[in-house]
Design a protein around this ligand. Structure first.
Ligand SMILES: *[C@@H]1O[C@H](CO)[C@@H](O)[C@H](O)[C@H]1NC(C)=O
Ligand SMILES: *[C@@H]1O[C@H](CO)[C@@H](O)[C@H](O)[C@H]1NC(C)=O
Length: 424
């Protein structure tokens, strides 16, 4: 029995590992809404490490001043806030579909593509409506960037059902429909999107009752009125050089960290080979130190583009590490559940459900999950909330400061491992 379990674990690790690689290719930003009918996920799915986002964010507010900038709104929120009315003339408001999910997107514009796979009825409907508005001959939507269909992706906290107040406008560049076998029913729509710009959400049109309708598989999707956040104001020119230097320092830090991953430091907390592969996959981002007129729009655009590229690269590192931890948890959890089911005697019924286990085993599984969650939080590589904070910060200098803090934390952790290894 023991050896077959070991073997089973090996297979799981290999499986997870492939998931890891695929996921890495898409920068792990694929979001597949889980179907509630899929009970198999109990036995085989990666167990989610963090979902209580709002309570976690409130907890962190005490120790991390930057978390003050993160705010959540109710879906029934439809009041115009005072600060919105004050500057209302400054930028245009738009109404567009609102897509609540468990991920945060950096506005990297045309630098990278994100894939969203829609299976929930309301998300499929949203995609169909949006595509109907655009020219949709062939798989490509619309080549004219200004006319691509758009929606707003926003982070949703599972614990409270609320959404973050800052979201990212996504434009659809390609759509692919997949049908249920032998029918014309759409099973899923895969959207290739670009993350265009950050917006403040100040009004959800139809948020009341939405959660209930969603559970009832209603096709009604959310709509929101949003306002673009002006990208950095032009700062006085004596401020811009230091900013450029700091972005360049971030790029350098990324390179250092890449090297340390390639050396496989601290590898025991992840499936085999995770870190070297990750290290190899990390892109070098060259920040050009330009001498152009520092008041020009071009200078700012370049600076911001470089910054968001680094931020996105950092986020995908966080996703990859989380996936690694999740794979280990799943493997250990499965092993324990098989052991528990065997201890009960009788033929092994798959999938194994938590509620079928004896209480002492259920407790063990729960403890395992809690410990993994704790470990994940301690690692400090949060791919979601820390990045929601990042897009919620109003100016470039603050964003650079925050990202620098996130990256420095990991660099110091790795350097500590190095120094311990050399001390031995
Ligand atoms: C993105 O757009 C900019 C300006 O519109 C262009 O200069 C650049 O080459 C594009 N990059 C990619 C990767 O398509
Ligand atoms: C994004 O997808 C489009 C359409 O498939 C493709 O032409 C483009 O090269 C992709 N861009 C990147 C950065 O992968």
């Amino acid at each position: 029995m023991q050896s077959s379990l070991r073997c089973c674990r090996g297979v799981l690790l290999v499986l997870s590992y492939h998931v890891l690689l695929d996921a890495r290719i898409d920068a792990l930003l694929v979001h597949v809404p889980t179907s509630s009918s899929n009970r198999q996920s109990v036995a085989l799915g990666a167990h989610s490490l963090t979902t209580c986002l709002e309570s976690l964010s409130l907890e962190r507010r005490d120790s991390e001043e930057f978390y003050q900038y993160l705010s959540w709104i109710d879906l029934s929120h439809n009041k115009v806030r005072e600060d919105d009315t004050e500057n209302s003339g400054a930028s245009i408001r738009m109404t567009m579909p609102l897509y609540p999910l468990g991920a945060v997107y950096m506005p990297t514009r045309n630098i990278s593509n994100h894939t969203l796979v829609n299976v929930e009825p309301q998300n499929v409907q949203m995609a169909l409506d949006l595509l109907g508005q655009a020219i949709h001959e062939g798989p490509t939507c619309n080549t004219d960037p200004a006319n691509r269909p758009r929606f707003c992706a926003v982070l949703r906290a599972m614990d409270t059902g609320r959404i973050a107040s800052i979201g990212t406008v996504m434009s659809i560049i390609e759509a692919e429909k997949q049908y249920h076998y032998g029918t014309e029913d759409i099973a899923r729509i895969r959207l290739t999107c670009r993350a265009e710009e950050l917006v403040q959400i100040f009004r959800v049109e139809n948020g009341e009752e939405w959660s209930t309708k969603r559970i009832m598989k209603s096709r009604e999707y959310l709509k929101a009125t949003v306002k673009p956040i002006q990208s950095s104001e032009y700062a006085p020119s004596d401020n811009t050089s230091p900013l450029q230097e700091e972005v360049s320092k971030l790029a350098k830090d990324l390179k250092t960290i890449k090297t340390m991953y390639q050396l496989d430091l601290g590898a025991e907390d992840f499936p085999p080979d995770t870190l070297p592969k990750l290290g190899e996959a990390i892109q070098d981002i060259a920040v050009e130190m330009t001498e152009i007129d520092k008041d020009s729009r071009q200078f700012w655009d370049d600076l911001e583009n470089d910054f968001w590229r680094i931020a996105q690269e950092w986020q995908s590192i966080c996703y990859t590490l989380r996936q690694g931890q999740q794979s280990l948890l799943s493997a250990e959890r499965n092993e324990l559940m098989v052991e528990a089911a065997c201890a009960k005697g009788g033929p092994l019924q798959l999938p194994i459900h938590m509620e079928d286990l004896q209480p002492q085993y259920r407790e063990l599984v729960q403890r395992l999950e809690r410990e993994a969650q704790q470990k994940h939080i301690e690692l400090g590589m949060d791919a979601v909330l820390d990045f929601q904070v990042l897009i919620s910060l109003a100016d470039t200098a603050k964003r650079i400061e925050w990202l620098n803090r996130l990256m420095t934390r990991e660099r110091l952790r790795l350097e500590k491992i190095v120094s311990l290894q050399f001390a031995q």
